[in-house]
Write a protein that binds this ligand. Structure first.
Ligand code: NAD
Length: 797
């Protein structure tokens, strides 16, 4: 079976280094090669090195790896994974590519150097080795002219977007001779292992996303100038109001680099045959002028915007295109923009804006209509399906809706009529599709979604294993439901408990659904998955309810809530069938406690996991402290000192540490060796389902209830408290932090009992509840909760 066990990345610049980092993220070691420097740096001279010294010869790659650890956002899941990347250079180490399964070329964007490099690579190429290029838009076929047929069969484009860890899009571009089995393999590998959203693109200038995206940006510029709009007006219209990121048009250009954009646009202009299109890709004089002045965006400190500090205040000025001077931004508002703000969902927002009836609505429409028609015209040329074009724009440009999805949202038929009335010519296939009576590009019936392919409706491609909870719910698969959560039948004997309260915060509704779900699963299912497809897995317990009760001094209410929380967590822990939690993105406080109560945890690659309760002046109260103590006791030998391991967890909870990835969550001490990261978020629920089935088939047994837990006791508590005092002495924590830390130490150590006492789970839960309740009675805890609810940030009072 084809596999990628090792890789070589050639070119250690912005993209090459980060691609190597992402390979390291998923456990693939790589060689990272670059040119040999021709000159010593002053530092190297000082150290007495010569140009033949390996440290000098490998300098480019070595420094690139070092930089990876400082880049923000972090390209590595865990800094230490950088050791999976081996630096080298193209003169001494190229032969080592013979050991790898995949070579990816990521050097300068220019045909000739890429061609020459591929010729050198072929000298070490062996049958079966995949070779790809990360070019943004140079012809794949042109690059391998002169290479052997066997080599060409193994060559293709794999175009990552920057930053590769975070941008979901991977364009896979087969060449004329690429073996279809290799294309299929890379599609699967890109999806399952690298966690990317893969689209198949054709070998045309700039492939899919950059072709449509660049066209869209140029059209936006043209319409802006035609209508006399300002830069901030255009950004207000082409951002979230239209279902696109906040960086909208011009802040995106500043981030990408205006010179890079010009380079990309030029590449299309020089390589398309059609004159009209060539004109469309001509870069306007104003943008050329920016490049000439070196105003390239963020990297040069100014572009369409400029950050300044005036009177001690930070400010972002905007470029006035008439005077070419920066000025203060003006407030942009209109009824159409307001309507879009009020509307729900990307489709609703875009509709409200485009149909809003004022001059901003008209600008939005004038931009959108041209992008929609252009995308339709390019179908067949740049991609075979509308789905590939839509996905490329969603994943590569962070649009909420791709062009055809947006067209459907605006109403396919009405929109087409309006376009024609305004003189646009629609591609024949769109006319024919509408003439056949279709109301949408994507049609759904009986749970199947189809789209036009060669004039006929054909099913959309869904990678194996993608589960869509919303579709299952629509399809009548809900077993039980309340305001906070639903239990959904995933098929094959597995049910999924989905949270869907506001921010997925845990309140009484979710807790009662947890108990109910376990009962139903034990009766009717092989096991239970806990996962959802919301923005975050769970931000913690519902603070509003706790705060209200605390302000009213209703201690019984809080006491009952904690007891209910504990009951639900124990139901999970002692469920007779396996429970697999599959968290993603923010998984905080109560969300972590749900994971700790589950039999297994499969976090997504992007999971930000932590017990952060001290930020609101309490300690974990849903079994988090008890589970921490239990796991620490289980992680060490029966005679080992508990304090070192307990101290690490105490510090993590005491400083509200949150992991920066799923992989880091595994390292924090709460999760077990059997827990593992799922790289592709779309496959997270099916991976959890498969895990449930595997556990059920291999004879899952619930944990033993009566098992006593060894605790650190009063000596351990004293040690933890002393550590906290050290932090306080050093000025790292406030008086109140210290107060909360003391309570935390008390609970984690098992209270005032002799060291190494054996205690029951219920005893630890009682300690947890008492400490939580007493902290709720403190004014500073109430202030912390109020502050968090008002600002979303912790208060360090
Ligand atoms: P970069 O300039 O940061 O890095 C290029 C690296 O290649 C440098 O380390 C350089 O030393 C090395 N190099 C240059 N000429 C070479 C040669 N002849 N032989 C071997 N090595 C050579 O560039 P980048 O931004 O990382 O882009 C690399 C490739 O990725 C390009 O094809 C680019 O179009 C593509 N790409 C870039 C982005 C992006 O946002 N930067 C996004 C997608 C794709």
């Amino acid at each position: 079976m084809r596999q990628i066990r090792r890789a070589a990345v050639i070119g250690s610049g912005v993209m090459g280094a980060q691609i190597a980092a992402h390979l390291a993220n998923v456990g693939i070691p790589s060689l990272l090669l670059d040119l040999v420097p021709q000159q010593l740096t002053p530092e190297e001279e000082k150290r007495g090195l010569t140009l033949s010294h390996p440290a000098v010869r490998n300098r480019l790659a070595t420094e690139a790896i070092r930089r990876l650890q400082k880049l923000s956002p972090a390209p590595l899941f865990r800094a230490e994974d950088a050791k999976l990347i081996t630096p080298g250079n193209l003169e001494d180490d190229l032969h080592r590519i013979a050991e790898v399964d995949w070579v990816i070329e990521v050097i300068v964007e220019s045909l000739e150097p890429k061609r020459q490099l591929l010729e050198r690579i072929e000298a070490y190429w062996r049958d079966g080795m995949i070779v790809s290029t990360n070019t943004s838009g140079i012809s794949i076929n042109a690059m391998v002219e002169g290479r052997s047929e066997a080599f060409r069969r193994h060559f293709l484009g794999t175009h990552f977007f920057n930053p590769p860890r975070y941008m979901k899009l991977l364009e896979v571009i087969p060449g004329r001779d690429t073996d279809p089995a290799i294309v299929e393999f890379m599609r699967e590998f890109g999806t399952e292992r690298l966690g990317k959203g893969v689209v198949l693109a054709k070998d045309t200038p700039n492939f899919i996303a950059n072709r449509i995206g660049t066209y869209g940006l140029l059209v936006t510029f043209e319409e802006m100038q035609k209508g006399g709009f300002t830069i901030e007006e255009v950004d207000a219209i082409t951002g979230p109001a239209l279902g696109r990121p906040k960086s909208a048009t011009f802040r995106t250009l500043d981030l990408v680099g205006i010179d890079t954009f010009v380079h990309v646009a030029d590449n299309v202009r020089q390589n398309v045959a059609n004159d009209e299109e060539r004109r469309a890709f001509e870069v306007p004089a104003a943008i050329q002028k920016l490049v000439e002045r070196g105003w390239l965006g963020e990297k040069s400190g100014q572009g369409f915007y400029k950050r300044v500090k005036a009177n001690g205040k930070r400010q972002i000025l905007v470029l006035d295109l008439d005077t070419f001077e920066y000025r203060e931004q003006k407030n942009v508002s209109s009824s159409a923009l307001e309507a879009s703000k009020q509307a729900k969902g990307a489709a609703g927002k875009a509709r409200a804006l485009v149909q809003g009836g004022d001059r901003y609505a008209e600008l939005a429409w004038n931009i959108v209509k041209r992008v929609l028609v252009y995308s339709a015209e390019k179908l067949g040329e740049i991609a075979d399906t509308i789905q590939d074009i839509d996905a490329a724009m969603r994943w590569g440009f962070n649009w909420d809706l791709g062009p055809f999805e947006l067209w459907d949202a605006l109403g396919l038929v009405e929109t087409a009529e309006r376009m024609k009335a305004e003189g646009l010519v629609l591609p024949q296939w769109v006319e024919a599709w509408i003439a056949e009576g279709h109301q949408r590009f994507y049609e759904s019936s009986e749970g199947r979604i189809t789209m036009p392919v060669n004039g006929k409706p054909e099913p959309i491609h869904v990678p194996a294993g993608v589960i869509d909870l919303a579709a299952l719910k629509k399809g009548g698969k809900v077993i039980a439901q309340n305001t906070g959560a639903s239990l959904i039948d995933l098929g094959d004997g597995v049910a999924c408990l989905e949270f869907h309260s506001q921010n997925n915060a845990i309140g009484p509704d979710i807790l009662s659904m947890i108990e109910k779900s376990v009962a139903i699963a034990e009766k009717d299912f092989a096991g239970l998955v806990i996962a959802n497809q919301g923005k975050n897995f769970c931000v913690g317990a519902n603070l509003v309810l706790i705060l209200m009760a605390a302000q009213e001094g209703d201690w019984d209410e809080i006491d009952l809530s904690i007891r209910q929380f504990h009951r639900a967590m124990l139901a999970l822990r002692y469920s007779q069938v396996p429970v697999v939690a599959a968290p993603h993105r923010m998984t905080l406080g109560g969300g972590v406690e749900v994971c700790l109560a589950s039999s297994r945890v499969l976090p997504a690659a992007e999971t930000y996991f932590g017990l952060v309760e001290v930020g609101v002046g309490v300690i974990p109260g849903g079994g988090g402290c008890k589970e921490t103590a239990r796991r620490v006791a289980e992680s060490v030998g029966p005679d080992d000192d508990l304090v070192p391991a307990l101290g690490r967890m105490f510090q993590a909870i005491g400083t509200a540490k949150v992991s920066t990835s799923g992989a880091e969550a595994l390292d924090m001490g709460w999760l077990r060796e059997t827990d593992r990261v799922v790289y592709n978020d779309d496959l997270r629920i099916s991976a959890a389902k498969a895990e449930v089935l595997r556990m059920a088939e291999t004879g899952y047994r619930a944990p033993v209830k009566a098992k006593a837990i060894r605790v650190a006791g009063r000596d351990g508590k004293a040690a933890l408290q002393m550590a906290a005092r050290g932090m306080w002495n050093g000025g790292y924590i406030t008086d109140y932090d210290l107060h909360v830390a003391y309570k935390l130490a008390h609970v984690l150590a098992g209270g005032d009992v002799p060291a190494n006492s054996l205690v029951s789970e219920d005893y630890l839960l009682d300690l947890e509840r008492e400490a939580f309740l007493s902290l709720c009675g403190e004014a500073k805890t109430i202030q912390r909760m109020q502050h968090m609810l008002a600002t979303g940030k912790p208060l360090r009072n």
